[in-house]
Design a protein around this ligand. Structure first.
Ligand SMILES: *Cc1c(COP(=O)(O)O)cnc(C)c1O
Length: 455
């Protein structure tokens, strides 16, 4: 067998050595640009953001008909924005740090309906886009007609003749599978080795075909893409390059803006908004960052969180090579319990879009994720999965590290005026016995796990 040589010789770069050591790190993005410079150069604009938001609005009645649990929210796929002062206090105590300043909120996408994760936004948007396009082409829907005609038997017959295919570490499969099957599509989900059994079982119950791969996400995705290309009438939902997923995620920023206004939280130059976004391939955090930069401009400071064992977006950003480099190329194995973030290569689409917008990335160890998960449950009664807890380490990096202090200084930020939004991205459907295992793991973590943050 031929031994595979790394695609680039990055061994001399101290930043790469740092990633290889798998210690938590806050990296500040030297390529971040002011929003008014960066946004006009992107392949998407404000009109795309609005079109995605309007699509969700338009389909409200359809979604309510298919998922009665959405009735109360008027068919909106939305999650609460909730103050979490007890979590902030508990985290400071756990890390033996002084009280942590600023306003702390959780954006609770772990509780999103349909998929139980942030994937409900991107995945549902892509399936609705596809269904609408097919129905329009087939003459079953006209631009002004009643959207619920998409639920008629003729439309179901049409969708039954089409297939959706997707590769997933779990949550995207749940989102596409549940939404697709509800409209009548045949759906095939290719699960990577990281995917949890309960996620596969949940899909099979709904008549979704689940194909299990022993390979990691990138390889499962490549196989699924090839297979889908051979079949006519099959849409491959491409997590590594789909604009429809990306734009579906971006709508979350509008929801956040409305909720911040309801809570009377100011966002302006004096009152910066920090978003802490768990990152896998980058679609979800990238889409939200894109939306937030449109709505809040330079008052939004968006940071991506990744496992120390899978820092794919960070590697792509700091080398400038985006999807042309994978963590395996620098000798890292894909190792993390955070299945939602377990990817080795960032999205081809998002890397370049995020490059001028994201403020920085930080990495999180699995024990830290478990500890954060435990503290969220104990002090705020929020039950999340490990991936979803990754974001919550962010404010410690900003408030208690040398790089964080540098960031606050260059942006003239007064910590007491900042709002920290911890984006919890998945967990509502985790079976109780698994949740109990997560909590036990988090409870067992020693406080020494926080060593390294400066007082
Ligand atoms: C997918 C996922 C993310 C990250 O989204 P990407 O688009 O892959 O970056 C974060 N958290 C959870 C729970 C997820 O399932």
């Amino acid at each position: 067998m031929r031994t595979r040589r790394p695609a680039t010789d990055t061994s001399e770069d101290p930043r790469i050595r740092r990633l290889r050591r798998k210690r938590p790190w806050l990296w500040l993005n030297p390529n971040a640009r002011p929003a008014h410079e960066a946004l006009p150069a992107l392949p998407f604009g404000a009109a795309d953001l609005s079109a995605a938001a309007e699509r969700f609005e338009r389909f409200g009645l359809v979604l309510t008909a298919l998922f009665p649990e959405l009735a109360e929210a008027g068919g909106r796929i939305a999650s609460p924005l909730r103050p979490v002062p007890r979590f902030a206090a508990a985290l400071a105590a756990d890390a033996a740090l002084p009280p942590l300043p600023g306003r702390w909120l959780v954006k609770a996408d772990h509780a999103l309906p349909i998929a139980g994760s942030i994937k409900a936004r991107g995945g549902v948007h892509e399936v609705l886009y596809h269904a609408e396009t097919l129905a329009l082409q087939a003459g079953l829907l006209a631009p002004e007609s009643d959207i619920t005609r998409i639920l008629a038997p003729a439309a179901r017959d049409l969708f039954a003749r089409h297939r959706l295919s997707v590769a997933s570490t779990g949550n995207l499969g749940l989102s596409i599978g549940i939404m697709g099957a509800a409209l009548g599509f045949r759906v095939c989900v290719h699960m990577s080795a990281d995917a949890k059994e309960w996620k596969k079982a949940r899909l099979r119950q709904r008549g979704v075909t689940v194909i299990e791969h022993a390979a990691d996400y990138g390889q499962a995705c490549a196989l699924a893409r090839e297979e889908a290309a051979r079949e006519p009438a099959c849409l491959f939902v491409d997590d590594e390059q789909s604009p429809w997923l990306f734009l579906g995620y971006s709508v979350a920023a509008r929801e956040l803006q409305r909720q911040l206004a309801e809570l009377a939280v100011p966002v302006d130059a004096e009152h910066p908004l920090f978003l802490y976004l768990p990152c896998g391939v980058g679609g979800a955090p990238g889409g939200i960052t894109f939306g937030a930069k449109h709505l809040f401009g330079d008052s939004a400071h968006c940071f991506f969180a990744e496992p120390v064992g899978a820092p794919s977006m960070l590697l792509g950003l700091l080398t400038g090579r985006h999807a042309e480099i994978a963590i395996q190329d620098i000798g890292l194995a894909l190792e993390t319990d955070a299945d939602g973030l377990a990817v080795g290569r960032p999205s081809r689409l998002v890397g370049a879009v995020a490059a001028p917008l994201v403020a920085g990335c930080y990495t999180v160890t699995d024990p830290r994720m478990y500890r954060l998960l435990y503290l969220l449950k104990k002090h705020e009664d929020l039950a999340v999965e490990p991936s979803a807890a990754a974001g919550c380490a962010g404010p410690l990096h900003i408030l208690h590290s040398a790089a964080g202090h540098e960031y606050l200084r260059t942006h003239r930020i007064e910590p007491a005026n900042a709002t920290h939004v911890l984006w919890t991205t998945g967990g509502a459907f985790v079976p109780p016995e698994k949740q109990a295992d997560f909590l036990a793991a988090g409870q067992a973590v020693a406080p020494a796990v926080w060593a390294g943050f400066k007082k």
